[in-house]
Design a protein around this ligand. Structure first.
Ligand code: GAP
Length: 507
């Protein structure tokens, strides 16, 4: 635990030192759960967005993109259920005065028991070596079975209580599971209350009869209300998807863990409209497709896992998270939800307008079912930087901090560095920069020793450093240095464009 905290602190410090992420309004001591992306952070964030957009919109013939407004007609949120049901159950500890989400307290209790099971399995695997059969062990070992029974019972009680809106039942479960405040150890809990997460504001001057509107808590509704506009204008045939990237706002009860849980954040969402009855096929399809997308980033597969939901959002009939092993453990990175025809039907009812599709193949009108993929851009950013930052001890005993960001996402693709500030090297370096900068974001850097410059580029994740020396003027060659291997190579200036292109190619 202490190690995890230390690790997260290092990531936050690194992100600030090199201009990736700053606390919001820091000169006023910051604003809780709001962050600003700095020069390198906004480059990385834009690159992640572009990569998602390319993979989801531009590489899929049957997906198109939109950019809907953040403000929507207030009835949108009545129809979608957010006004009444977008709540988190919260509980306070009377001694520590800390506030928690009741569902998170139960989830953390479950994770502890799961860890006990995993420990038993690891111990047994060591003891039985090659003859160990994990499936059989999990199905028969009495201690594993007893713990699994405890987990199932707790999950079932929680699900039943939440479905019945039985908040006393949720509190009783927390007491029966003997859950203590993680900060103070106290078990002195208040009642559980529901807390709506939407931010509201006024639109228009009071004299004009201002109305209360909401900052959207998800981008998805901008897609649902535009379903027919998009289907008709883009001439889409079911199955098809509508994607969008944009800000969402939630008044989170507990907002900590850096950019993992913010009150203002960005989502990359896609709603895939399908024929009723085919939703489970497409749900499985998108679960697999989205995991594959994550794996193309080159982050190790064991950092991801699926988590099937017990507590479903009010609109879903099946839901799973792609969880990522963040510095504070496995947590939700992306949600894949089967949203049925809930949203479109609700908007039909509240707007009085038909939101149906005529399917020429079966000669029928229907309200499509929807599979949604919803990825938090900021969480993706955190996943990438936390995987990338490495402290390496080198062969000569010295050390370096390197950010092994996937090359194609790196803020700068190449650093252009004249070895000295004289003898025409800077001019030659700028000449090279001018030939590359249209296609690649490059940084020109002539300050400090070459060793220091290499370290700086390592620390911000630049895949290639290009050094121009006095020979470059004579023989049109430069030295390139690879961020990851630190190997150096002499290459012709004429080949730089294709060398960088190759480095950025997604395998
Ligand atoms: N439209 C469905 C939806 O919004 P969600 O599971 O509530 O579903 C989707 O959110 C994704 O948005 C999450 O998987 C997460 O990556 C991101 N997200 C949600 N709340 C967030 C927050 N407070 N801060 C940062 N990212 C958040």
């Amino acid at each position: 635990m202490a190690n995890q905290e230390e690790n997260l602190k290092n990531i936050i410090a690194h992100a600030k030192e090199y201009g990736f992420v700053f606390p919001s309004s820091e000169i006023y001591d910051g604003l809780s759960a709001a962050y600003d992306y700095g020069p390198l952070g906004s480059e990385l964030k834009n690159n992640i967005k572009q990569y998602w957009w390319k993979a989801m919109v531009q590489m899929n013939e049957n997906i198109v993109g939109i950019d809907a407004s953040i403000f929507m007609h207030p009835t949108t949120w009545k129809a979608s259920g957010h006004t009444d049901a977008f709540n988190d159950p919260l509980i306070d500890n009377k001694d520590s005065k800390k506030r928690y989400r009741a569902d998170v307290l139960v989830e953390e209790w479950v994770a502890k028991i799961e860890a006990k099971i995993d420990k038993e399995v690891t111990k047994a695997a060591k003891r039985f070596a090659d003859s160990f059969d994990e499936t059989q062990f999990r199905a028969t070992n009495p201690r594993v079975l007893a713990n699994q029974e405890k987990i199932d019972a707790a999950n079932n009680r929680f699900k039943t209580a939440m479905e019945a809106d039985d908040l006393d039942g949720v509190r009783q479960l927390i007491i029966d599971l003997d859950i203590a405040d993680p900060v103070s150890g106290s078990r002195n809990w208040t009642d559980v209350r529901q807390f709506n997460l939407m931010f509201s504001t006024e639109m228009g001057a009071m004299a004009d009869g201002a109305s209360t509107i909401y900052l959207r808590p998800e981008t998805a509704q901008g897609i649902f209300v535009n379903f027919l506009n998009v289907q008709k204008t883009a001439r889409m045939k079911i199955p098809f998807g509508i994607a969008q990237i944009g800000k969402a706002f939630r008044n989170e009860i507990i907002a900590r863990q850096f950019i993992f849980r913010m009150r203002e954040f960005e989502q990359m969402e896609m709603q895939f409209f399908v024929r009723p009855g085919e939703e489970m096929k497409w749900y499985e399809y998108w679960k697999e497709a989205r995991l594959k997308w994550h794996l193309t980033l080159g982050i190790s597969e064991d950092k991801y896992k699926f988590h099937d939901h017990l507590k479903m959002a009010h609109y879903a009939n099946a839901a799973a998270d792609i969880e990522y092993n963040f510095p504070f453990g496995f947590k939700e990175l992306e949600g894949i939800h089967s949203r049925t025809d809930f949203d479109l039907k609700q908007h039909e009812e509240y707007s009085g307008k038909k939101l149906q599709y005529f399917d020429p193949e079966i000669n029928e009108n229907y309200v499509p079912y929807v599979i949604e993929t919803s990825l938090g851009l900021d969480r993706m950013f955190l996943a990438i930087i936390s995987d990338a930052i490495r402290n390496e001890v080198l062969k000569d005993g010295s050390s370096r901090v390197v950010m092994a960001i996937p090359n194609f996402l790196a803020p700068y693709k190449a650093a252009i560095m004249p070895l000295t500030k004289k003898d025409g090297s800077p001019e030659k370096a700028r000449e090279i920069l001018n030939t590359l900068k249209m296609d690649f974001n490059c940084q020109y850097d002539e300050k400090d020793s070459i060793g220091k410059r290499y370290r700086r580029q390592d620390a911000i994740g630049t895949p290639i450093s290009i050094t121009i020396d006095h020979e470059s003027l004579d023989d049109n060659t430069v030295t390139i240095r690879d961020r990851d291997t630190m190997e150096q190579e002499r290459v012709s200036i004429d080949n730089l464009h294709s060398i960088i292109t190759d480095k950025l190619r997604l395998k």
